[in-house]
Structure formats: C-alpha cells, structure tokens
Design a binder for this molecule. Structure first.
Ligand code: NAI
Length: 505
C-alpha cells in the first residue's frame, strides 16, 4: 500500500484541539475531509475555527483567498458515523480513554470499508491493545501528531503487534505527502518522543532538588548553552504540570517502575498545590500580573586576564579557544590532556565526575569544570562548577577568561555532569535504549526529537559529536556518583564503543 491519493476521503473523529488541526492538515493537502464529534455543534465549530486560522494566513499574505475557500469547501462536518462509510483513512482524536476508543473502533469496523485504515492520535495508549478484539487489527495504526498539528512537522507512525507493514507504510507516505516529517515507531510506552524526552525534565528537576541552581539559572543554561528553545521549568510551566507529571507517571508505570523514569517529588508538589503552570498563573514561575521574572545567576570578574595555556588538543572546546583568540587572549600551546590553564586555575570539560573528586584523583587544584554547549562558537552562556579547594583568585581568573570569549558565566553547585552535559548524556542514553529495543531507528529517533520537540540536534548525533567514549564515560561517572541504575549506560553505547562502530549504523 502506498500514499493515499488526494481523492481519498479522510475522516477525523473528535473536533477538539488536535482533531481540528489534523482535519486542517488533511484538507490543506487536498483531501475531502469529514469531521465528526459526538458533541452537537462541535464539528461545525471545528470547521469555523479552521476557517479563522486560514483567514489569518490570508491576511498575512501566506495563503491565497481562493485557496482558503477551496480548503474550507473540502471540510465537511458530519453528524453520524454512518456518513464515514467511504473514508479510506479515519483518524480519531477523541478523549484519551482506552475503552471509549475501542468502542469507537468497533463501530467504525462495521461502518467503514474493509480496507479503511483506522488511525489513532493517542499519545499514550498502546496501539496493540487498542486493536485487540477488533476484526481487522492489521488495519489499526497510530498516527501521532504534535500540537499544534498544522505547525508541528513530526508524525509518529506507531505500529502495534498486529499492524500490517503496508498500512504503516501507507500512513507514513501519506504524512510525508502532507508535508510532515513522519517516523516509524513501535507501540511501546511513550512511543519515541514522550519516552526519549523524559530525561530532559527529570535531570533539571533533580538538579533543582539537589540545589544545583535556581530555576531561572538552569533554564538559561539549557537555552543559551544547550541551544534548547526553552528550559525544563519554563517548558513544563507551559505544558502544564498536571499533564507533564501524568505522562511521566504513565511511562514510569508502563516500564514497571524503572528508576530511569521515576517521577519527581518537586513536580508532584506543584501538582498537589494546584500550581499547574501558566494556565493557573503559577508553576515554577509566577505569571501573576506584575510578577517579576527571576534572573539567572551570573558570576562577573574584572581580573586582568590576557593569556592562557591550552594543554593538549582542545577537542570539542576548540571553538571556545577560537573565541578567546578573537577576544584578544593569547593562547599558548603545550602537550597535555585538554586542560586550559589560566593563572592558578585549571579549566576542563566535565567528564561526569564531581569537580572535587576529579581535582583529587587527577591532582588538579583549583579545578573549574565547564558544562557542555551545543555550539561553543555561538553559545552566550556557560555553566561552571569548581572543586572545594578553589581559591577566589582562581575562580575570578577563570570567569574573566570565559568573559573574554563573550560568555556569561552561571555557577552551579558541584554535582556530576553539570547541566547540559548531563541532560544530553541521559537523552542519548534513552535514545540508544530505544534503538536497542527496536522502538525506532537511530535516524528516526533523532529526527523525532528535532521535529517533535525542537531539540537543536538529535540526541544520538549529539552523543557522536561529543564522542561516544566521552558520553559513555559521563554516564558511567554519573552512575558511580549516584550508585543508581537510573544512570546505567545503554548496552548499545557500550557495544558501539567496543566495536568501534557508530550509533547510526
Ligand atoms: P479535546 O478535548 O480538545 O478534544 C476531544 C474531542 O473529542 C472533543 O471535542 C469531544 O467532544 C470529542 N469526543 C469525545 N469522545 C468522542 C467520541 N466517542 N466520538 C466522537 N467525538 C468524541 O482533546 P485533544 O487535546 O484534541 O486530544 C485528543 C486526542 O489527541 C487524545 O487522544 C490525546 O491524547 C491526543 N493528543 C493530544 C495532544 C495535545 O497536545 N492536546 C497531542 C497529541 C495527541
């Protein structure tokens, strides 16, 4: 089965936020679309909402008025399931309830053609389970759009145990023809995105709980060094803590309590308090009128620093060295293992050990650890931590040096892996396990995280850029520091390192 022709009738069931968006996408792609909702008037309201969205595009000059009219003419609110008999593809976006969805699919089987594809936009229910008990489970597939559907490119095409490969292939090809970026995923808890993204929230929540820094500082580091659109606290405030916490709990339970997905008590407390984020006016931040947005912590130094020494190859820190030179700092070279020395201070990229532990083990007094940046050439901020023996003078010299590279410096407590490095290592670890367990291919998982949650880089490509051995070392050191299986490195990372292979083979 290949891409569905434009003449194919698409039926969308549920005219809420997602259903209306999906109907718009299908109609914009040229299909006649039938929209059905059990709530009287909801389908017509959905169509009117789409019309308003399209009119805005016309006003902005992004859509021709004639095109708007043509799209709207392809949208048909219907008031009975029987009206969907000619559909070649049904996408349901109704309430997230297994029983209700199963009942709907049973009704659809008796109404629709036998070759009709029955797709679900569920974000958390098992496609295998949804399809069980149906007469044609091979026709059932997940077609998981992201919110808002007309804007977000990713579609997870989710195959349950019984889904026919050509059904998944047809939905994939059709999503592509609609201008989306589809990926294949096996029906496992959280599919790709809702599983692989868990550490993004979990590591920030843990860092906060362990006093690494405040929310504003951690968010700023993830944005300005990590290249993420938003930090974890501002993002969960936007998503809603009830929603984000519920997804974490559902993935945690679905994996039989694997500590990797353990929900956060800090987030539960917010939910318990009704501090659900923007929608309730208060989450990690306050959104009340006149509430002041807290600023990230920043170290400033006016220590005179004109030269430093780079011992050994800079590795991924090379763009930082280039920025120092561009800032007028003389960088002398010497053999060594990648340290930057300035005055009394030694600066090094974190390897996941505590600064104080590494200072002792490697005999490096005044050790300043640098966090990861997505791109050291363009980052505007960097997090640092330092060993307990670090003198004020050494710290000031280190901060002054980083300022010469044009960086704002945010202090974090001495915790393993700092902020961005630890987050990215854990994202890559989860992505690697998802590949190992056949949830998706490495390329699809990286694409999903870029297109579905706007990460600046796929976690596996990012781990390759950091270096497989370095990523693995960070995870091993995290695991050692915490003594928890939460940080156990994925077998796939170990295997790739042992075989000298790449994560994308
Ligand atoms: P919503 O509450 O905005 O809309 C659901 C619509 O379905 C309502 O209009 C309701 O009247 C209708 N409905 C309920 N039961 C029905 C039935 N038996 N038959 C026909 N219509 C029925 O919900 P939303 O946010 O659009 O979510 C819908 C689905 O999409 C859920 O499965 C959800 O998990 C999934 N999803 C939601 C995302 C989001 O960000 N909101 C993102 C991706 C997936």
């Amino acid at each position: 089965m290949s891409v569905l022709s434009r003449e194919t009738y698409v039926a969308v069931i549920g005219a809420g936020a997602m259903g209306a968006g999906i109907a718009q996408v299908a109609a914009q792609a040229g299909h006649p679309v039938m929209l059905y909702d059990t709530r009287p008037g909801a389908a017509a309201e959905g169509r009117a909402g789409i019309d308003r969205q399209l009119s805005r595009l016309v006003e902005k000059g992004k859509l021709q008025a004639a095109e708007r009219a043509a799209i709207c003419n392809r949208l048909h609110p219907v008031d009975s399931l029987e009206a969907l008999a000619d559909a070649g593809l049904v996408i349901e976006a109704i309430v997230e309830d297994l029983q209700v969805k199963q009942t709907l699919f049973q009704q659809l089987e008796s109404v629709c053609r036998s070759d009709c594809i029955l797709a679900s936009n569920t974000s958390s229910l098992s496609i295998t389970r949804l399809a069980s008990g149906l007469q044609r489970p091979e026709q059932v597939v997940g077609m998981h759009f992201f919110n808002p559907a007309p804007l977000m490119a990713l579609v997870e095409v989710v195959s349950g145990l019984a889904t026919a490969p050509d059904v998944a292939a047809a939905v994939h090809a059709t999503a592509q023809a609609w201008g989306k970026r589809p990926v294949h995923a096996r029906s496992t808890p959280g599919f790709i995105v809702n599983r692989v993204a868990r550490p993004f929230y979990a590591e920030s929540l843990r860092l906060l709980q362990e006093g690494a820094a405040d929310c504003a500082s951690l968010d700023a580091v993830l944005r300005e060094a990590g290249g993420f659109r938003m930090g974890a606290f501002e993002l969960t405030d936007l998503i809603g803590h009830d929603v984000n916490y519920a997804v974490t709990c559902s993935v945690f339970e679905a994996f039989y309590g694997d500590p990797r997905f353990q929900p956060s008590l800090a987030q539960k407390e917010l939910v318990d308090a009704g501090r659900l984020g923007r929608k309730s006016g208060h989450g990690f931040y306050s959104y009340r009128e006149q509430a002041e947005r807290p600023q990230p912590a920043e170290l400033c130094s006016d220590a005179p620093v004109d030269a430093c020494t780079l011992e050994g190859p800079a590795g991924i820190l090379q763009p930082l060295i280039d920025r120092l030179r561009a800032g007028g700092v003389a960088v002398n070279g010497r053999a060594g293992s990648g340290l930057i020395r300035v005055g009394d201070a030694s600066l090094a990229l974190s390897d996941g050990r505590l600064a104080s532990q590494r200072a002792q083990e490697d005999g490096l007094p005044n050790l300043i650890l640098l966090d990861l940046a997505f791109d050291y050439a363009t980052a505007t901020r960097l997090a640092i931590s330092w060993s307990a023996d670090t003198s004020n003078q050494a710290l000031e010299q280190a901060v002054a040096l980083l300022q010469r590279a044009g960086l704002r410096v945010t202090p974090v407590a001495d915790l393993p892996g700092l902020v961005v490095l630890r987050t990215v290592a854990m994202l890559a670890n989860e992505a690697a396990d998802a590949v190992l367990q056949g949830v998706g291919t490495a390329a699809d998982i990286d694409l999903a995280m870029r297109a579905g949650v706007n990460y600046p880089c796929g976690p596996l490509a990012w781990a390759s850029a950091i270096g497989l051995a370095n990523t693995l070392q960070v995870l091993e050191n995290l695991q050692h520091a915490y003594g928890e299986t939460r940080y156990r490195p994925s077998l796939l990372l170990r295997r790739c390192k042992a075989e000298g292979g790449s994560l994308h083979d």
